[in-house]
Write a protein that binds this ligand. Structure first.
Ligand code: SAM
Length: 261
């Protein structure tokens, strides 16, 4: 009997209907797949049933990684490492599909790292990822809503995001205290070019540092009250950070890059 480690966000998915639903989000047959945090291998088995070309799994827990090795043998490649320390872009020459019932404590860190490191050519074809519902709500939030913020802006820059479903705690063992949501991500064909995504992180950090205050202060801090930018992007400084659209933040980041270049 495996004792789940809270520190590694171990809530294993046991509901077979949900497992089936996850592997049907996109076609797996003959594709190269990466699974993040396979745990006890529940989702892994469902992925294998759909005949991928190759399945690479990344699991930090040494005991679970050993168990997976003896159970799946050479049907999968196991990387016993921390996903945050790994360059996932070099794992496969061909584009991959990423699956993961992500450890909740580091899910936003994983997603932000992937987005910030995205090069011109995407290393993945799509991603099917499970988040804490409250985090998923922030990822897909539209502007002018209370959940809209840095995570929505960063996540939606290069990716289309579709919510597949919500999942109740009873689908997991041990049961988490919160609901979960399954999201599907796939690359956008067109997106606003930002030279260094770290600048998008910086701009959104400054703008959302005082979410309820007017835009005047963060705008002046970065752009020194430049009226040309305000007029060009049609920004009203009496609005609040949540009232600016996704594209306005991407364009503001481009203006910032012009300023510092
Ligand atoms: N995929 C399994 C399932 O659905 O039953 C387990 C999901 S569980 C929510 C998260 C898994 O990620 C655990 O197996 C945990 O050990 C692993 N994990 C936690 N932190 C990790 C990290 N930094 N790198 C790789 N795996 C990690």
């Amino acid at each position: 009997m495996i004792k789940a480690k809270k520190s590694l966000g171990q809530n294993f998915l046991v509901d077979r209907n949900i497992l089936e639903k996850i592997v049907k989000v996109t076609s797996i047959k003959n594709k190269n797949i990466i699974e993040i945090g396979p745990g006890t291998g529940n989702l892994t088995s469902f992925i294998l049933k759909n005949n991928p070309n190759k399945l690479i799994v990344i699991e930090k827990d040494n005991t679970l990684a050993k168990n997976l090795e003896s159970y799946f043998k050479n049907k999968i490649k196991i990387i016993n490492q921390d996903i945050l320390d790994l360059d996932e872009t070099v794992l496969s020459k061909d584009k991959v599909i990423v699956f993961g019932n992500l450890p909740y404590n580091i899910s936003t860190e994983i997603l932000s790292k992937w987005i910030v490191n995205l090069k011109e050519n995407f290393w993945f074809e799509s991603m099917v990822l499970m988040f804490q519902k409250e985090v998923a709500d922030r990822i897909i939030a539209e502007f002018n809503t209370s959940n809209y913020g840095r995570l929505s802006i960063i996540s939606n820059w290069k990716l289309n995001i579709k919510k597949i479903c919500d999942i109740k705690p009873g689908a997991f063992s041990p049961k988490p205290k919160i609901d979960s949501s399954l999201l599907f991500f796939y690359p956008k064909k067109n997106f606003i070019k930002i030279k260094d995504p770290k600048n998008l992180e910086k701009i959104t950090r400054i703008f959302f540092s005082q979410k309820r205050k007017m835009l005047k202060k963060p705008f002046n801090q970065i752009f020194n009250g430049d009226r040309k930018i305000l007029d060009k992007l049609k920004i009203d400084l009496n609005l609040r950070p949540q009232n600016l659209s996704l594209d306005t933040y991407y364009k503001l980041t481009c203006e910032y890059e012009n300023l510092i270049s």
